[in-house]
Design a protein. Structure first.
Length: 300
């Protein structure tokens, strides 16, 4: 299996970096990722004053890549399948002033090391949560520019969608030859919203594959996810209302194009059995999702 090492890091997503790995469509490969803190907090010896402030991390939210997918071309859709994600025995999380939805909750930065064992992450305060590994930042090179890894958009980026994990299919528009796929910012677990601005941040080894759809569906304007019998449309914008509206409109269009609904029928289906999601409210743009049980397709 081809492996892309975590030494191939980037802090922007774009076409400026030469491909670090070339794969064929459908080929299974592995990508090693660094944690969102750039490997700053790996053990107790790292919890020192010079590392706890904003300056200790240096550049944050690195991604590994890009991966060039042979045959993927502008105008296609890239279907990324996540097969496996490996969790280490320790992660880290952080709260600090100005970060998260309660930006004044703490007076100074605090970092917690998180033990990971027996299928759980053991959190500060004595609670534990089941592991649910997911990829916080994943995307392809956007058109005409390179964008910081902290920003989400139609190309993907820092979406923080908890569904993007093992067993999912993520669909992204392709803007550049080879798509140029990047990923990082893996979490051992994260709730919808990522309210503190950090989850259980970990390094990981992610096993995945990618295939191009030619041409892309006409209504594909941003990320789509299939997982566990559900489909989700994802949109990022500010204010949050606009992201929600865009995710619902994208779902209506998907249901009409691929599942045989008329527009009013799709709108009624969503309002009566759909789930509105706040995936994150801590990045430069907010990310919302619209999720429904996948209907039986009436046409391909």
């Amino acid at each position: 299996m081809k492996t892309l090492k975590r030494s191939e890091l980037a802090y922007v997503i774009g076409a400026q970096k030469p491909p670090a790995l070339v794969v064929e469509q459908g080929e299974v490969f592995m990508v090693e990722t660094e944690d969102a803190f750039n490997g700053t907090f790996l053990g107790p010896e790292d919890l020192v004053p010079e590392k706890l402030g904003r300056g200790g991390v240096g550049f944050s939210n690195p991604v590994t890549g890009p991966v060039f997918v042979n045959g993927a071309a502008p105008g296609d859709a890239l279907v990324v399948k996540v097969h496996e994600m490996r969790c280490p025995s320790r992660g880290a999380t952080r709260v600090r002033p100005g970060m998260g939805v309660l930006s004044t909750f703490v007076d100074g930065p605090v970092v917690f090391l998180i033990d990971i064992r027996d299928g759980y992450a053991y959190l500060p305060g004595g609670s534990r949560v089941a592991l649910a590994p997911m990829i916080g930042t994943i995307g392809v090179a956007p058109p005409h520019e390179a964008l910081a890894t902290g920003k989400p958009g139609p190309y993907g980026g820092n979406l923080d969608v908890r569904d993007i994990g093992p067993g999912c299919e993520l669909v992204l528009p392709v803007y550049a030859p080879g798509a140029l796929l990047y990923l990082g910012d893996v979490h051992a677990t994260q709730g919808d919203g990522e309210f503190t601005g950090a989850a259980v941040e970990i390094r990981s080894e992610v096993v995945l594959s990618a295939t191009a759809i030619k041409p892309a569906p006409k209504t594909l304007v941003g990320p789509r996810v299939r997982r566990d019998g559900k489909i989700t449309t994802i949109a990022s914008d500010k204010p949050l209302d606009d992201a929600v509206r865009a995710s619902v409109a994208a779902m209506i269009n998907w249901l009409v194009e691929d599942y045989g609904f008329d527009r009013m029928g799709a709108y009624q289906f969503i309002t009566n059995c759909g789930f509105g999601r706040v995936c994150q409210m801590v990045n430069p743009l907010y990310t919302a999702g619209c999720t429904v049980e996948e209907p039986v397709a009436r046409r391909s």
